[in-house]
Design a protein around this ligand. Structure first.
Ligand SMILES: Nc1nc2c(ncn2[C@@H]2O[C@H](COP(=O)(O)OP(=O)(O)OP(=O)(O)O)[C@@H](O)[C@H]2O)c(=O)[nH]1
Ligand SMILES: [Mg+2]
Length: 458
């Protein structure tokens, strides 16, 4: 599905509902002409004046010249607009009726209803932004935290694209030299394909590995991380849940088996959105309701991006803890042991469950150790991407392309002594995979899927 930028598209660029103002946006070669047909300026101004940017006041009128809404029309000349085409934005009164009526009028006068993401797709196809930047626009719109917004802004501003172009230049230069060596095998090979070339490629591989590390962090910043709080009954899971939320959300009581449902709340650490999940204490039980709670806890475990394994630091590790520990040791996500009730006297330092990389002594009651626990959680979730200033990869298909590019590069590095033809082949494949991230080599159907995720009017 190609946009075909010879037509002019229009859409309401606002979510449905009431607001102060609403925007109907037009883009394309006929945007100004179509707007002129429906617009009556209050001062008789001409929409097609030469100035690059202008705002006009007046009314949108119907075919009979009757006013539909009082509006401000913002006109932007190509290429100085979002789509790099002529763009008209009609600021209407912000209600469903004026917006619909104005959109209807411009559609009757020659515009076509835009498909989801078509404005951004035009910005991409007209070369104003590349694919990585276009996709960051979705992340900007959907950002749920300041950190997610910062990350999306960096990519929209071209941080990831610049990294891609640097990689591309390294690989393309290497390819040019290898191809030259293939053409003149006898005399020039040793000079063209030298150690410096391979050092450059090794450096590119390391950059790719760093970017891949950021992929998980990028997804977590965008979507939020699910953190399941699990442990045997009465160790203080719900107390810790409340303490991390700084709110009393879950019932706490000295009776083991208090929590029987799965309780979720949004929180954040270091700007990353979190979904904290409190669960029923896991133990063998005859009680059907409690068993249902334990099943829900297991389900929460399977869906989690990280697990807080709560144990009671004031009493010895017991069999119930060991059963859970054994289950968690096979988990594919990071597990942090929270040794709770640190405020209670514990005559001997009890051994903590073994085999877990991170453990913290905390008290849900006094709040001691909570910050260290949050820091451990952030470390476990974000790994090397924590605090790094590499741009974040936020999408599965970007990570997939980068992984393929890295595999090709690794094979290319292995081909060193085999043949320059094979080396050239792998470098070409790596370049094609990288080009899928910036959009140079992205297949049309993937572009359709990507832009289909946008809302109409974006
Ligand atoms: N002294 C002290 N008591 C705590 C601490 N955390 C929890 N408790 C107490 O331990 C008891 C159990 O706390 P909960 O938070 O309900 O424990 P839970 O793990 O959610 O229990 P279930 O829902 O039954 O599995 C309550 O009486 C809490 O007040 C702590 O850090 N220090
Ligand atoms: Mg509980």
């Amino acid at each position: 599905m190609s946009s075909g930028t010879n037509d002019t598209i229009a859409a309401i660029s606002m979510p449905p509902g009431e607001g102060g103002v609403g925007i109907v946006r037009l883009s394309g070669p006929d945007a100004v002409r179509i707007a002129a047909r429906v617009f009556a300026s209050s001062r008789g101004a001409d929409l097609s004046t030469a100035k690059r940017q202008r705002v006009f006041h007046g009314h949108v009128v119907d075919e009979a010249g009757l006013p539909i809404d009082e509006v401000l029309v913002h006109r932007m000349r190509a290429p100085h607009s979002y789509t790099a085409e002529d763009v008209i934005e009609i600021n209407t009164h912000g209600g469903a009726a004026p917006l619909r009526a104005v959109l209807d009028t411009v559609l009757r006068r020659g515009a076509r209803l835009a498909r989801p993401g078509e404005f951004t797709r035009r910005a991409f196809e007209n070369g104003r932004i590349d694919l990585a930047q276009a996709e960051a626009v979705i992340d900007l719109v959907r950002a749920r935290s300041d950190a997610a917004l910062r990350a999306a802004n960096a990519v929209a501003g071209g941080a990831l694209s610049r990294e891609m172009y640097t990689l591309r230049d390294t690989l393309a230069n290497a390819l040019a030299r290898v191809e030259a060596a293939v053409d003149f095998p006898e005399d020039d090979l040793p000079e063209l394909v030298d150690d410096a070339l391979f050092e450059g490629l090794q450096d590119a591989r390391a950059r790719m590995a760093r970017l891949l590390d950021s992929a998980r962090a990028g997804r977590l910043y965008r979507e939020g991380a699910a953190v399941a709080i699990v442990g045997r009954p009465n160790v203080g899971k719900s107390s810790l849940f409340n303490a991390l939320l700084r709110d009393t959300r879950a019932i706490v009581s000295p009776m083991p088996g208090t929590t029987r449902d799965r309780i979720e709340e949004d929180a954040s650490i270091g700007g990353m959105p979190l979904r904290l999940v409190d669960t029923a204490g896991m133990r063998a039980t005859e009680d059907a309701v409690e068993q249902a709670g334990v099943d829900l806890a297991r389900a929460a475990l399977r869906e989690a991006d990280a697990v807080l394994f709560v144990v009671d630091a004031s009493s010895p590790v017991c069999d119930e803890d060991r059963v859970i520990a054994e289950e968690l040791l096979t988990a594919s996500v990071p597990v942090i042991v929270a040794r709770n009730k640190a405020d209670l006297a514990c005559p001997l330092p009890h051994p903590e469950p073994e085999g877990f990389s991170e453990g913290c002594l905390v008290s849900a009651v006094t709040g001691a150790g909570l910050e260290a626990l949050e820091a451990a959680l952030a470390r476990a979730l974000l790994g090397a991407a924590l605090g790094a200033d590499t741009p974040m990869i936020s999408r599965l298909h970007q990570a997939d392309s980068l992984r393929r590019a890295k595999q090709c590069l690794e094979r290319a590095l292995d081909c060193r002594s085999v043949s320059p033809e094979l080396l050239a082949f792998e470098l070409r494949e790596a370049l094609a995979a990288l080009g899928e991230i910036t959009g140079e080599t992205t297949p049309e159907d993937l572009l359709d899927i990507i832009f289909g995720q946008f809302c109409i009017g974006k």
